[in-house]
Design a protein around this ligand. Structure first.
Ligand code: PNS
Length: 166
């Protein structure tokens, strides 16, 4: 019998930085899949990211250090569907918060499906306590002196404060 845990799930994103919304989603996804690759997309040339890719990778690895066998952090260039193929993954995981996420996510899922019909996108609802968390807002709040404790993992909180309030 083929079980879902025979497959690798890829959780792609910018993760600039990883938030507790992402962490909750990874942990819940591990109830269904045995292995998840948190895959940071690199966008050379036009990248307005706060953290470098190595910094983002390091933060993800710190967060999941106790789940190393099951959660892997990686980065990729180019198309997500090609990366998924290289990793022999058949499922992409994406989180949905509000309805406003839907249009963008739906477009990406359809485009990815057109490029690689065998690759499926699974949507997970964000946990209710993480519903309003986004990397963008977290960065804005920290840069303006607001408190985001509890919205991001502790190591990320420290990295954010170092970067944004020096
Ligand atoms: O966290 P984000 O920024 O919403 O993630 C978007 C991401 C990284 C999943 C998307 O931009 C992506 O897949 N980038 C890789 C390049 C690619 O495949 N683009 C076509 C998507 S249909």
């Amino acid at each position: 019998m083929i079980m879902s845990h025979d497959y690798v799930a890829i959780y792609p994103g910018s993760f600039d930085p990883i938030t507790n919304g992402h962490v909750d989603l990874v942990k819940r996804t591990l109830r269904v899949f045995d292995k998840i690759i948190v895959a940071i997309a690199t966008n050379p040339g036009k990248d307005g990211s706060l953290f470098t890719v190595p910094e983002r990778l390091q933060m993800v690895r710190e967060v999941f250090k106790n789940l190393r066998g099951r959660v892997q952090a990686d980065s990729f260039e180019g198309l997500l569907v090609d990366y998924a193929e290289r990793k022999r993954a058949t499922v992409i995981i994406r989180g949905l918060r509000a309805i406003s996420d839907f249009e963008y996510e739906f477009q990406m899922a359809m485009m990815n499906h057109r490029l690689k019909p065998k690759l499926e996108t699974f949507f997970m609802m964000t946990g209710e306590s993480e519903f309003y968390i986004s990397s963008r807002l977290v960065k804005e709040v920290v840069s303006l002196g607001g408190n985001v404790a509890g919205l991001v993992p502790e190591n990320v909180f420290k990295h954010l404060k170092q970067k944004l309030t020096q």
